[in-house]
Ligand binder design. Structure first.
Ligand code: 5GP
Length: 140
């Protein structure tokens, strides 16, 4: 599959579609999932155009993992989670729905089952509050 520069995450990065932004550096961008599997569900994407793990350049993947590694503990702490799940899907057959590579950082709480992914739109005020919490933890 070739990269579509008009995919939804590319539009979010260009500011054409709003998001609850968490983080940005020279290589990466992170924001809250609009249909989260748990409170604080964060998506980390590279600025480089890549569909998934099968076409991203190794150096870009390393930079992306730096951001995942930086943000994961911050998300866990900010959301008061007991653990974290990191997910990344490649191709539709594996569950990929947006074709700009992304890692999911999903806070997990002991005894709380995951919600289904990508199905129920979260309340915008709640997303705003969660994003503010994570940004605050990142700044502190
Ligand atoms: P995947 O491609 O790994 O299956 O997941 C794509 C993720 O993107 C889903 O969890 C879905 O909820 C999320 N998503 C889809 N459209 C949007 C959007 O417009 N904004 C945000 N913030 N997340 C989205």
């Amino acid at each position: 599959m070739s990269y579509d520069p008009d995919n939804i995450f590319a539009k979010i990065m260009r500011g054409e579609i709003p998001c609850h932004k968490i983080y940005e550096d020279a290589h990466n961008f992170a924001f809250l999932d609009i249909m989260p599997r748990a409170p604080g569900h964060t998506l980390v994407i590279p600025k480089t155009p890549a569909v998934n793990l099968l076409d991203i350049a190794p150096d870009d993947l390393c930079e992306l993992m730096r951001a995942v590694h930086k943000l994961a503990p911050v998300v866990k702490q900010a959301m008061g989670a007991d653990g974290l799940m990191i997910q990344q899907f490649n191709e539709a057959a594996a569950g990929q729905m947006v074709f700009h590579i992304h890692f999911h950082i999903v806070p997990r709480y002991a005894g709380t089952p995951l919600k289904a992914g990508g199905q129920v739109m979260e309340d915008d005020a709640l997303l705003q509050a969660h994003a503010a919490k994570i940004r605050e933890a990142l700044a502190g």
